[in-house]
Design a protein around this ligand. Structure first.
Ligand code: SAM
Length: 422
């Protein structure tokens, strides 16, 4: 006897069904019933999409990805997870180390493996294998036998901020993520709460907190800083969808308009000045001493006032119009986040100062893969988390502040959580 499956086909019962499933399910499309609708959606979106419009392009890309998940078989998904992600990271990093991207990206002409081997000094056989994989992962284009051409990705990899993301993953991220299953098994499947005892320490065999690790390994810190700034490039920025002009009220030229707390090397302030050149007041960049000194070494523009400051200590800039924090609170547990916010609350001028938190607000349903990935990374690296709107509200209120509005532009991109003293 047979019953009807969701996709309408007949399926045998009992022991037969088990046998049938083991043979067919792993090699059948993952969610067959979704395929017709997704194909039609891709077709319709494709007819009108403006690929230079981020929202339209992402809507199409999300649908194509959903189609791929529905269409691929479980076996293919498993092989893709297990084989391609780690090997892609490795192959791109090898190409970074060899300077291969620079040679490939020099011009649009195809390059042979022999030419590339001669230019990099790598063994041709080794290089041909790496190049084949880079091509199968979509990073370069094959133009003939052992011959490849650059893509936009190849050109982007010549930019150090982007290329550094790969050694950054090797040196301070990937091993922590891979240590998560064993860590959770050992700790009874509880949310990690201690940034000095989380998968990062297991993965990198260290007692150091993630940020202490950077003090010991400045080269890794530099790679991480570059990764952060590359990650932000081209994302909708809070200053594009927030009412920036509302901050101008009451700000004179000697007043501090914005303090970028944990602002790293100043990329957010630089973008702010570029987009809002006439904004009144001073712009202060705060971070740990070694980060501020790195920022100064890389040549900070004169409109940025650099200031070494530990945000767990008293905020030295009193009564600023706005204390801005981007991707800072997601590094910390609620307890530590509360301490950071309380230091700001003490420095704020009632009825005037704001705290602007630029972070992911994870929706209750349909969270994007970028947000969920970074949430798991936060768990593994820092025992911290991305937060939903209600989790943000709880945290902010516990520090004596209140949320006045959550400004959101694009799904999966950071929101701007605007807060005042309660
Ligand atoms: C995830 S990064 C975000 C950087 C930047 N706001 C951005 O969005 O690109 C967190 C920043 O917090 C800084 N940080 C960590 N601990 C700190 C502390 N105790 N005081 C001040 N800054 C700190 C780090 O150096 C780093 O620059």
């Amino acid at each position: 006897m047979a019953e009807t499956r969701a996709n309408g086909s007949a399926q045998p019962h009992g022991a037969d069904s088990e046998y049938h499933n083991q043979l067919t399910v792993p090699v059948s499309p993952n969610v067959p019933e979704q395929i017709p609708e997704l194909l039609e959606k891709v077709h319709n979106l494709g007819k009108t999409v403006d690929v230079n419009n981020t929202k339209e392009r992402i809507a199409l890309l999300d649908t194509v990805r959903a189609l791929m998940f529905a269409l691929e078989t479980p076996r293919e998904a498993m092989i893709r997870h297990c084989w391609s992600w780690t090997t892609c990271l490795a192959a791109v990093e090898v190409a970074v180390d060899l300077g291969l991207w620079h040679i490939l990206a020099k011009d649009d002409k195809p390059k042979t493996v022999d030419e590339l081997a001669q230019a990099t000094g790598a063994e041709p056989l080794l290089l041909s294998r790496i190049l084949k994989h880079l091509c199968s992962m979509g990073t370069i284009i094959e133009t003939g036998h052992n011959e490849y051409r650059r893509t936009g990705f190849a050109v982007t990899m010549t930019m150090k901020r982007f290329a550094d993301s790969y050694p950054c993953m090797t040196n301070c991220v990937s091993a922590a993520a891979l240590a998560l299953p064993a860590f959770l098994k050992k700790n009874g499947y509880r949310v990690p709460m201690n940034g000095k005892d989380c998968p990062f320490q297991t993965g990198y065999r260290t007692d150091l907190h993630f940020f202490e690790f950077f003090q010991k390994f400045p080269e890794v810190a530099r790679q991480f800083n570059n990764h952060m700034s590359a990650y932000h490039q081209g994302r909708p920025s809070w200053m594009d969808f927030y009412d920036v002009r509302s901050l101008y009220n009451g700000v004179g030229s000697d007043d501090v308009l914005l303090v970028d707390v944990g602002g790293n090397v100043g990329h957010d302030i630089t973008e702010f000045k570029r987009k809002w050149p006439d904004a009144p007041g001073r712009l202060v960049l705060q971070d740990l001493p070694e980060v501020i000194s790195h920022a100064k070494d890389t040549g900070l523009p004169s409109y940025i006032e650099p200031m070494a400051h530990d945000f767990f200590t008293e905020q030295p800039v009193k009564g600023a119009r706005a204390y801005f924090m981007h991707s800072v609170l997601h590094d910390w547990s609620d307890e530590k986040g509360r301490e950071i916010l309380k230091q700001l609350a003490k420095a704020m001028k009632p009825g005037y100062s704001k705290v602007l938190i630029n972070e992911n607000v994870i929706p209750e349903t349909e969270a994007s893969w970028e947000s969920t990935s970074i949430d798991i990374l936060m768990m593994t690296l820092l025992a911290s988390q991305e937060r939903t709107a209600s989790q943000w509200q709880q945290l902010v209120e516990s520090a004596g502040l209140k949320i006045t509005k959550i400004w959101t532009d694009l799904k999966g991109a950071e929101s701007l959580i605007e807060c005042e003293l309660a």
